[in-house]
Design a protein around this ligand. Structure first.
Ligand SMILES: [Zn+2]
Ligand SMILES: [Zn+2]
Length: 353
C-alpha cells in the first residue's frame, strides 16, 4: 500500500510556552477529525517532530488510528536548520521511494508550525539541501502561529504561508479543521490516483487562517520580530528547585511581562536546547507593569538575581533580615550560594554579591 506521509514539524521554543497547551489540543483535534475519515484512515501516516535549539522526533510515521501524540515539550532557541535536518533524516529513513520494482509512498505533506524567526543561521545550508534534493518530492505548508515572521526566510521553503492571529481556543479549533481538510483532500485525491501539490492540497484562507502569498508579497515580510522583541527569563523556584519560564514583550524601550509559566518537562527542555545559554538577561529597570508570582510556590517576587547570573523566586517578607533590617539572606537554588539581598528596582531583589 502506498502511504501518505505527513510530518508535523512544530516549533516548541520558549515563546510558545503560553500557547503549547492549545497547540497540543490542535493536534488532538486533527487526529480526531482524521480518525473519522475513511480515506485518511486508509492512507495517512503521521510523524511529529518538535524543534527549538535542537530537534527531536516525538513519534515515527504511524497510522492515524494507532497514534497518540505525546504532550509537547519546550526548549530554548528556534533553529530551522535543526528542524529541517531532522525532517530530511526522517524522510530518508521512513519514506519509501519509488523504483522500477515498486511504487513508493506518496509525496510527503509537511506542516511547519513556527512562532518566531530563527535564532541561528544554520537554516541557510539546510534549506539549500532541502531545495536541491527534497523540495520537488514534498509539499511544505508553513503556518505562522500569531507571529511577525521574516517571510523571506520561509519563502525559501514554501510559496504559501498561512497565518493565524492568535493561539486562542477558537482559532486553534479552526486551524485544526483547516489542517484536517488539507489532509482529507489530499487523501481523497490519492484515492483517485492523483498526488496534489502543496497549494492544491490546502483549502483557501478562511476567517481565521489567512494566506500570505510569498511569491507576491515577498518583500521581506514588512514588519517582523527582532530577537529583542521577546525576552525569556528561565528562573528557579527557591522552594521546589523547579524551573519557570517568564516571558516579556517589548513596548518601546520597556518590557512588559506576558506571563510566567511552569517549565513543562525539564529533561526534555535540556535536550531541545542548544548550548548552555538559555534565556536572556533583562534590566529590571526596563520592566513596566506588574509581574506574576512564582507558578510553583506563589512567592510574590520572581526576579531575584544571584551573583551566578541566574534568577530565582523569593519572598522578601519572610526572609531572614540582617544588617538592621535593610538586607535579607537568601539561598540561590541554582548554585547554592547564600547571599545578602536588598530590594532593588520594583520588587525584584538585586544581589549584593
Ligand atoms: Zn517559587
Ligand atoms: Zn546562584
Amino acid at each position: 500500500m502506498r502511504r501518505l506521509p505527513i510530518f508535523f514539524v512544530i516549533d516548541v521554543s520558549e515563546s510558545m510556552v503560553g500557547g503549547l497547551e492549545n497547540v497540543d489540543k490542535c493536534l488532538q483535534m486533527i487526529l480526531g477529525e482524521l480518525n473519522s475519515d475513511p480515506y485518511a484512515l486508509e492512507t495517512a501516516f503521521i510523524s511529529t517532530i518538535v524543534f527549538a535549539g535542537k530537534a527531536m522526533v516525538l513519534n515515527d510515521l504511524q497510522e492515524v488510528y494507532t497514534l497518540t501524540v505525546p504532550k509537547l515539550p519546550l526548549g530554548g532557541g528556534t533553529d530551522y536548520g535543526e528542524a529541517f535536518d531532522c525532517l530530511m533524516r526522517e524522510i530518508d529513513r521512513n519514506v519509501v521511494k519509488s523504483s522500477r520494482e515498486q511504487k513508493g509512498d506518496w509525496k510527503p505533506l509537511i506542516f511547519f508550525f513556527t512562532d518566531g524567526n530563527p535564532t541561528s543561521s544554520s537554516y541557510k545550508s539546510a534549506f539549500k539541501k532541502w531545495d536541491s534534493s527534497y523540495a520537488k518530492n514534498a509539499s511544505v505548508i508553513g503556518i505562522s502561529l500569531a507571529a511577525k515572521l521574516d517571510y523571506s526566510i520561509l519563502g525559501m521553503i514554501t510559496e504559501q504561508l498561512f497565518l493565524i492571529d492568535s493561539i486562542d481556543q477558537k482559532t486553534i479549533k479552526d486551524l485544526a479543521k483547516w489542517v484536517s481538510v488539507s489532509i482529507k483532500t489530499t487523501s481523497v485525491a490519492i484515492g483517485d490516483g492523483k498526488n496534489l501539490s502543496g497549494s492544491d492540497a490546502v483549502p483557501d484562507e478562511d476567517e481565521t487562517v489567512h494566506r500570505i502569498n510569498l511569491k507576491k508579497d515577498n518583500a521581506g515580510g514588512s514588519e517582523f520580530l527582532s530577537n529583542n522583541d521577546i525576552k525569556v527569563i528561565i528562573g528557579k523556584c527557591s522552594k521546589t528547585s523547579r524551573r519557570y519560564v517568564q516571558l516579556f514583550t517589548r513596548e518601546g524601550r520597556n518590557y512588559r511581562e506576558k506571563g510566567c509559566y511552569v517549565m513543562p518537562d525539564e529533561e526534555m527542555y535540556d535536550k531541545l536546547t542548544a548550548g548552555k545559554n538559555s534565556g536572556d538577561t533583562i534590566d529590571t529597570s526596563s520592566i513596566t507593569g506588574g509581574m506574576s508570582s512564582c507558578p510553583h510556590c506563589n512567592n510574590p517576587v520572581i526576579l531575584t538575581n544571584c551573583s551566578c547570573g541566574k534568577v530565582f523566586c523569593s519572598d522578601p517578607t519572610r526572609a531572614e533580615f540582617v544588617s538592621g533590617g535593610s538586607a535579607f539572606k537568601l539561598t540561590c537554588p541554582w548554585c547554592g550560594h547564600e547571599g545578602l539581598y536588598q530590594n532593588g528596582n520594583f520588587d525584584a531583589g538585586t544581589g549584593l554579591g
